[in-house]
Structure formats: structure tokens, C-alpha cells
Design a protein around this ligand. Structure first.
Ligand SMILES: [Zn+2]
Length: 86
């Protein structure tokens, strides 16, 4: 018997362990990693969260190509609004 009572049963933990492993195995296969055993993906993260690897949009804003597209949309919107007023 357990020392303390838990609100969640073993089926709950099994489900989430499997779910997490499935996700990480999918990512590992995409990158062509050699998976010795799948259980190692039960814990820990498999991505790198350092500033060099992360998505830069949050830190540096949109890339130039996206800024140009957004500007184009702004002009289109302005033209549309002007057209409605006239
Ligand atoms: Zn990194």
C-alpha cells in the first residue's frame, strides 16, 4: 500500500507517460536519431531552449519578409477603408 493517497490512478500516469514518449519518439524519428530504448523519453526535454536555437520572433520581432507582407496588408486595408469613405 502507498504511503500517501493520490488523486490519480495508475491508468492516468500510464496514459500520460505513453503520450509523452510517443511525441518525443516522433520528433526523434524526424531528426533520424538512433533510439536505443523508448523509455528514456519518459522524462526530460529533447529540444534545446538556448537563445541561439529558439524562435527569434519573440526577441527580435518579425523577420524582414514578414514585415514587408504586413506593411503591404496595411496599405491594402488603408486603400479599402478610403474607398469605402469616398
Ligand atoms: Zn541551443
Amino acid at each position: 500500500m502507498k504511503q500517501h493517497q493520490t488523486n490519480r490512478n495508475r491508468a492516468y500516469y500510464r496514459h500520460h507517460r505513453k503520450r509523452v514518449i510517443r511525441r518525443k519518439v516522433r520528433i526523434a524519428e524526424q531528426y533520424g536519431w538512433n533510439i536505443s530504448f523508448e523509455g528514456r523519453f519518459a522524462k526530460g526535454k529533447i529540444h534545446c531552449s538556448c537563445p541561439l536555437c529558439g524562435i527569434k520572433t519573440k526577441k527580435d520581432g518579425f523577420p524582414h519578409s514578414q514585415k514587408k507582407k504586413l506593411q503591404c496588408l496595411d496599405y491594402q486595408w488603408a486603400d479599402y477603408v478610403k474607398g469605402e469613405l469616398l
